[in-house]
Every structure is written in structure tokens, then in C-alpha cells.
Design a protein around this ligand. Structure first.
Ligand SMILES: *Cc1c(COP(=O)(O)O)cnc(C)c1O
Length: 493
């Protein structure tokens, strides 16, 4: 909790702290000639910059940095996002000069180590998915989805088949229907049954010769492994359709079960979720895609290949859907994920086992304080509902989430998946020790008690953060992006 009396919201803007003539450190005047700018390149007026003493500047920036929250400041159980700790050794490896200083246009012969790393990473990912061929190009899960759908389209076009529909679950992440629309497919949505699996009856009625494929997360966004997955795969394959695996929840199954063995034909990984990349600030991410032999010819080019002891980028792929990203993909991300996987080695399975154990531990401790819509063992995450708190005390999932901030904990994902009212989607990850899980359990239980005893406390939470409740709609629709510069002609245009 923040110390009492700290006036977060009252902090002045840096321009309000500015005093004319104040300045930071000085450097001596060496009397060197002033560089001359070509005409037309110099400003008409000096830019408007804040003028502060150096310690004041440092304090201002440090105070802003103090307000941010990340996995380095506290527990971050944001469901579906897998906010695990990123081992610092990955950064050390990524900063090795041979990786860091590599130019994207470097010839293959001069980048053998980097190509070997990419080739080996492809191999590890293929083993994890249980599928033979991998492209590292897509920059995120959502771009992997689009790439996967483009691969489906190319595959069916090559066979002369016309198929126009993709099936998703009603628990699907928003990127799934968005990717389906972007790829020019029609969307068919299948319901979830009472146990949290795909409803097979509903599904059978929605798959026919127009169906190109299924897009599914397994375990689902409910944190549940689909018990009917083999039957689901049979239904699609019998109809000549393909199965796409949204790998956002792969953290639950690595080394335990493989999407390829479940019947999936195309898989994306979110390297920034499962394989330890700093994320949450907008990237960079990685969304490699693995496919079956039959789809390999269509993979984005170039592909990293090995010939004897040499590695090269193979551009000669006549059936390829083409490039989906510049150069060879997000290379720094590959290095960090590779370092992370190699640190586990053959024990990578433990990562998923502990993630599942931690989630079930927290679930067992919270099941009496909140509603549990699907009463099963969970995988690496689980979904609770604040439905009873709302009915009995008028306290919503949003109120619970905001109050958690006062306990120094990042809120879980709320109101998703859509099939659960007042949803709280909790993913502890494997990197948290038992003490932090217990802190979270204590906070969640305390909040459930507060809901009954002092609901007004929750309605106004958070109390100790820079702002209370934001107008989220207005913040999205009327963003103020140019506050300090709006009236400054030097910055207009
Ligand atoms: C995060 C996520 C995605 C999208 O992945 P990005 O890498 O953020 O583009 C898709 N599906 C699910 C279930 C997710 O959690």
C-alpha cells in the first residue's frame, strides 16, 4: 500500500515545475565553431522545453517511474497474458555483441551463429508442438493467427477447394474473430457446454464442406483442457477441414501434451507469454507458427534451412504465402526465448507442471470466497465469478480488481471470457513463490469480506494509486496526446 498522505494525483506536470533560467549540469565552453545548419533545417523559434535543476528533473522522472506497475514491482496474475518473471540471464545472452550488433542485411555466411540459433529454436518449437515445420516470422500471436489463416487459404486454393468459414468457440479471445474477418473468412461460433468443453452437438451442426477450419485455444480461456478434443479433431478432419491452435495458453502443457498429437494442423506460440519475454508495454513479441508436412510448402519465405554444417535463409519457396514480417523476424526475442528454453533443457515440462500446480493451489484457496462457474481442476489459470458479490452487496468484478491495487497486486483479467458473468481470470504463473500466492489469497479473501462489511470502500477503490476510476471510454475515444505542445508553433505540422 502507498504511504498515507502521498498526493499522487497532485503531482505537477514537468512544464509546471519549469522556471526560466534553471538548468542541469554544465559543460565547459571550448570555443569550438558552431556547426552551421543548411538553410531551411533550423527552427524558426527555440523549442519549448522545461527548465529545471538537475535533481528536480531526476526526481520528476523517478516519481513517474515509481507509479508504474510491472512484474518487477509485484504479483501480476493477469489471466491469459502469462506475466511470468523474465530471467535476467536472457538479457545478458541477448546483449552478446555477436547477436546485438548483427545487421539485418548481414550475408548468411557472416551470420551463421544467428541462423543456427534460429534453426535450433525452430526445432525446439516443433518438438513442443508435435509438428514438423516452423516459421519464426510473425511478430505476435495475433499475427500468427492471420498467418495461419492465410496458410489455410493457400492450402485449400492449391487443392482447388472452396471453403469460406472458420469456426471459433464462444470463449475465444477477441483476436480470433478479428483475424478471421481480416483473412476474409466468415465466422461461425460454437457454444461451451456445462463442463466448459466445446459443445459437440452444437459443433456437429456447424461443420460442413464450406468449413475451412477450427480456431481453438486448449486449454481454453476458462483454463480448462477440452476433454473432447480428439472427437473435435475427428469432426473437422472428416469434413476435410483443418484445426488451428491458438497457443496463448501453451504455458499449461509444454512437455506434457502436444497440439499436433491432439490433432491440430497449425499452431502459434506467443514467445512473449510462454517463453519469457518482457511484455505488457507493447512489445516486441514473437508469434512463430508450426504446421504439418502438408502445409509446409506454403510457409512464409524465407525459411531457415540447414545444409551440412551451414545454415541459410531459403527464399526459393514457390508456393509460399510470402513474407509476413521484415527481415528474419524479431531476432532479439528469439535469443531470449532460446536462452530461456536451454536453461530448462529437458526439464522444460516442470515449467508447465508448476504453473498448473500454482493455479490449482490458488483456486482451492479461493473457491469458497467467490463463485466457481466450472468446478474442475484447472490448468495454468482459472476463472472465478463475482456474481454473488454483485447480487448480495452490489460489488462487481471491476470493484474487486480496483481494490486489489490497494493491496499492491495487479488486478486479474476481468469480464473475459464473455461466457462468465463478472469474470475474474487468474493466472499466477510458475515463477511466483508460495508466499506471494498466499498474499494474493489473503487479499482476495479480505476483499470478499470487505464487500459484505464496507462495500463503499470498494466502490471508491483504488485509494492509494495516482488516479481512482478512469472514464475508460473517454480515455479511448478522446486521447489527449499533445498537451504540452499544442500551442507551440515549433511543434505544429
Ligand atoms: C494474448 C492472446 C492472443 C493474442 O496474442 P498476441 O501475442 O497478444 O497478439 C490470442 N489468444 C489468446 C487466448 C490470448 O491470450
Amino acid at each position: 500500500m502507498t504511504e498515507p498522505g502521498r498526493a499522487w494525483g497532485d503531482a505537477p506536470l514537468i512544464f509546471e515545475r519549469s522556471r526560466s533560467g534553471r538548468r542541469g549540469g554544465r559543460v565547459p565552453d571550448y570555443g569550438l565553431p558552431k556547426p552551421e545548419l543548411p538553410p531551411g533545417l533550423s527552427r524558426a523559434r527555440a523549442p519549448r522545453l522545461p527548465e529545471l535543476a538537475e535533481p528536480e528533473l531526476v526526481r520528476h522522472i523517478t516519481a513517474l517511474a515509481d507509479r508504474t506497475f510491472g512484474v518487477d514491482t509485484g504479483f501480476y496474475p493477469l489471466g491469459s497474458c502469462t506475466m511470468k518473471h523474465n530471467p535476467r540471464v536472457n538479457e545478458r545472452v541477448g546483449l552478446l555483441p555477436g547477436f546485438r550488433d548483427l545487421h539485418p542485411h548481414q550475408e548468411d555466411e557472416g551470420a551463421q551463429g544467428a541462423l543456427e540459433l534460429m534453426w535450433t529454436l525452430q526445432g525446439i518449437l516443433a518438438e513442443v508442438a508435435g509438428l514438423p515445420a516452423v516459421t519464426l516470422q510473425p511478430a505476435a500471436g495475433s499475427q500468427g493467427e492471420l498467418t495461419g489463416l492465410m496458410l489455410m487459404r493457400a492450402y485449400f486454393a492449391d487443392r482447388g477447394e472452396e471453403r469460406d468459414t472458420i469456426v471459433t468457440a464462444d470463449t475465444a479471445h477477441g483476436t480470433n474473430p478479428a483475424s478471421v474477418a481480416m483473412a476474409g473468412y466468415k465466422l461461425e461460433r460454437v457454444e461451451t457446454d456445462a463442463r466448459g468443453n466445446l459443445d459437440l452437438e452444437d459443433l456437429r451442426g456447424k461443420v460442413d464442406e464450406r468449413t475451412a477450419g477450427l480456431m481453438l485455444t486448449n486449454p481454453s480461456t476458462l483454463g480448462l483442457f477440452d476433454e473432447g478434443i480428439e472427437e473435435v479433431a475427428r469432426i473437422f478432419h472428416d469434413a476435410g477441414a483443418l484445426l488451428y491452435y491458438d497457443g496463448a495458453n501453451l504455458n499449461a502443457v509444454v512437455g506434457i501434451s502436444r497440439p499436433g498429437d491432439m490433432g491440430f494442423d497449425i499452431v502459434h506460440y506467443n514467445l512473449h507469454k510462454t517463453f519469457s519475454q518482457p511484455h505488457g508495454g507493447g512489445g516486441p513479441g514473437g508469434g512463430p507458427v508450426a504446421v504439418r508436412e502438408t502445409i509446409e510448402p506454403f510457409l512464409p519465405a524465407p525459411v531457415v534451412v540447414r545444409e551440412g554444417d551451414a545454415f541459410r535463409l531459403d527464399h526459393d519457396r514457390p508456393k509460399s504465402i510470402g513474407r509476413v514480417r521484415g527481415f528474419a523476424g524479431p531476432f532479439g526475442v528469439f535469443v531470449r526465448s532460446y536462452a530461456y528454453m536451454r536453461a530448462y533443457g529437458p526439464a522444460l515440462r516442470e515449467m508447465s507442471e508448476v504453473a498448473v500446480l500454482n493455479a490449482n493451489y490458488v483456486l482451492a484457496k479461493l473457491r469458497d470466497a467467490y463463485d466457481l462457474p466450472y468446478d474442475r481442476h484447472c490448468m495454468h489459470e482459472f476463472v472465478l465469478s463475482a456474481r454473488s458479490l454483485k447480487r448480495d452487496h452490489g460489488i462487481t468484478a471491476l470493484d474487486v480488481a480496483k481494490r486489489l491495487m490497494d493491496y499492491g497486486i495487479h488486478p486479474p483479467t476481468v469480464y473475459f471470457p464473455l461466457v462468465v458473468p463478472e469474470a475474474l481470470m487468474i493466472e499466477p504463473t510458475e515463477t511466483e513463490p508460495k508466499e506471494r500466492l498466499d498474499d494474493f489469497v489473503d487479499a482476495m479473501q479480505a476483499i470478499a469480506r470487505e464487500a459484505a462489511e464496507s462495500p463503499e470502500l470498494l466502490k471508491e477503490a483504488p485509494h492509494g494509486r495516482p488516479v481512482r476510476r478512469l472514464d475508460e471510454v473517454r480515455a479511448a475515444k478522446q486521447p489527449v496526446l499533445r498537451y504540452a505542445f499544442d500551442d507551440d508553433p515549433a511543434f505544429v505540422g
